[in-house]
Ligand binder design. Structure first.
Ligand code: HEM
Length: 83
């Protein structure tokens, strides 16, 4: 049987590295950085950990995602960011 996507991404450590890098880059992006400005370190750490948990769960790893669903947590994003 083929490895799960979770395994192919490097398991928990690979996904944690990816999520940390992604949030770091988004925080420096000209358009997106506003979402990470004037927020506490604790709030940003919580969000990063929720992103890791979400990605682990969705790719086949053994974590339980306790955050809000995507439609709710990203509700402001589509109207502000033009893709
Ligand atoms: C342009 C792209 C994105 C922007 C600007 C963005 C922005 C944000 C912001 C500002 C929050 C914090 C909301 C709050 O504390 O009220 C958040 C939460 C979150 N985002 Fe995103 N996001 C983006 C894309 C994504 C994607 C693609 C995923 C998943 C693959 C994701 C997963 C999450 C998760 C799991 C949370 C935590 C939910 C919770 O607080 O319960 N985000 N995002």
């Amino acid at each position: 049987m083929a490895d799960s996507l979770y395994s192919r991404l490097g398991g928990y450590d690979g996904i944690a590295m990816f999520a940390t890098s992604l949030v770091g880059q988004a925080g420096k992006d000209e358009v997106l950085s506003r979402f990470w400005t004037d927020r506490s370190e604790d709030s940003i750490s919580r969000e990063r950990q929720l992103l890791i948990n979400y990605l682990v769960k969705e790719t086949g790893g053994q974590m339980y995602y306790t955050g809000r669903d995507m439609a709710l947590s990203q509700v402001r994003i589509p109207s502000i960011v033009s893709y």
